[in-house]
Write a protein that binds this ligand. Sequence first.
Ligand code: TQI
Ligand code: CA
Ligand code: ZN
Ligand code: ZN
Length: 177
Amino acid sequence: LYSYFPGDPRWPRSRKSLTYAIASTPETPAIDSATLRAVFARAFGRWSAATTLNFTEVAWSASGSSTADITIGFYAGDHGDGEPFDGPLGTLAHAFSPTDGRFHLDAAEAWVAGGDVARAAADEAVDLESVAVHEIGHLLGLGHSAEPGAIMYPTITSRTRKVELAEDDVQGIQSLY
Ligand code: TQI
Ligand code: CA
Ligand code: ZN
Ligand code: ZN
């Protein structure tokens, strides 16, 4: 079964349209920017298909005054929020609960975007879209699920792709929004 963050935080019901921006940090992996944007667009699309929410990419503002609801960025090691990343594998990414909107990815991972992760050269290759779909669940207020088939189930293996919402994820998000 799905769960929520303590206190059931959620985006206000009046906010059906949320915006996101992809930060250009120095640690952003050398993934072609069109591919990167397409992966996040597909990941958000899976959640919008199950709800009345919709997500629009807006430009990242380097001045720090980004108006996006959700900000996505790649960082290595200690990046100033008290939850340092740990190099390859271990923690892959983390997302804060609504309505914080921060979504950070560990720049040290062997990210695979839009390709066939099972055929990736690195044993530690991680499928970016799979992690993004899971973290977006957190950004929207879902905690972990006890259902092994769910996107929100707290296990992921390298070189594995898991991007389809399970019935449990759909029920969880529909009960929040
Ligand atoms: N990051 C953890 C996660 O997203 C961070 C975390 C730990 C967390 N406990 C939490 C977030 C409680 C919210 C609430 O779960 S991770 C998975 C999964 C990670 C883990 O890098 O370990 C996925 C990233 F679910 F497989 F464990 C993506 Cl899919
Ligand atoms: Ca890591
Ligand atoms: Zn962080
Ligand atoms: Zn999680």
